[in-house]
Ligand binder design. Structure first.
Ligand code: SAH
Length: 212
């Protein structure tokens, strides 16, 4: 086994101690994270840390990817929106667990690179879009599940509007330097929230979020 394969095995074992959804672990076993990090960082691809991906952005820590994905309770039938494509890694995981994924990114160069990677890996049910003025991707709404991989000051109404009744949204909410990872559920006017714990994400930028 190469060092990378060993590191990958170790990471999966580590994740398996706290992540209970076997489908999430299987999806993580299938997506080569080294393909989503810049050349100089490949030997760190299976360390449980975020890594830089350009434009001051980061690919999330694998544990956080697993935790957020598990919270979406995907069975394979859902249409999912991801806000914050970044490297495309989280979108690739979602592609293995959902029927269709729409992922939006504000930086066109990151979106292009992510689209190319997903294409090379043959993940055909993920559509990468460059974000417009409105948060999310209203043209594809409503979604069964929404995952936001950048930090918002509050749960954006514009995203709640794009969530189906009975749907689940996972989103880091709080001040710029520390957030709560929230699981938000929508049942008519009743919006439920519970926290999965603390986290730290790069800011969600735009209307209903942070200024640059
Ligand atoms: N999920 C990514 C990591 C995301 S980092 C991965 O798996 O690699 C957060 C990303 O959100 C950054 O690339 C940032 O540019 C993007 N972002 C910030 N605000 C956004 C917005 N309003 N719409 C879409 N993308 C946004």
């Amino acid at each position: 086994m190469t060092n990378l394969a060993e590191a990958r095995q170790r990471l999966l074992e580590e994740l398996g101690r706290s992540i209970r959804d076997q489908r999430v672990l299987e999806a993580m076993a299938r997506v080569p994270r080294e393909r989503f990090v810049p050349p100089g960082y490949q030997e760190m691809a299976y360390e449980d840390v975020p890594l830089p991906i350009g434009e001051g952005q980061t690919i999330s820590q694998p544990f956080i990817v697993a935790l957020m994905t598990q919270a979406l309770r995907l069975s394979g039938a859902q249409r999912v929106l991801e806000v914050g494509t970044g490297s495309g890694y989280q979108a690739a995981i979602l592609g293995h667990l959902a029927r269709q994924v729409v992922t939006v990114e504000r930086y066109a160069d990151l979106a292009d690179a992510a689209r190319a990677r997903l294409g090379e890996l043959g993940i055909a049910n993920v559509e990468v879009q460059v974000a417009g003025a409105k948060l999310g991707w209203p043209a594809g709404a409503p979604y069964d599940a929404i995952i936001v991989t950048a930090a918002a000051p509050a749960v954006p109404q514009g995203l709640l509007d794009q969530l189906k009744n009975g749907g689940i949204m996972v989103i880091p909410v709080g001040p710029r330097d520390h957030q709560d990872l929230l699981v938000v559920t929508k049942h008519g006017d009743r919006i439920g929230r519970r926290s999965l714990g603390g986290c730290r994400f790069v800011p969600l930028v735009g209307e209903e979020a942070w200024l640059e």
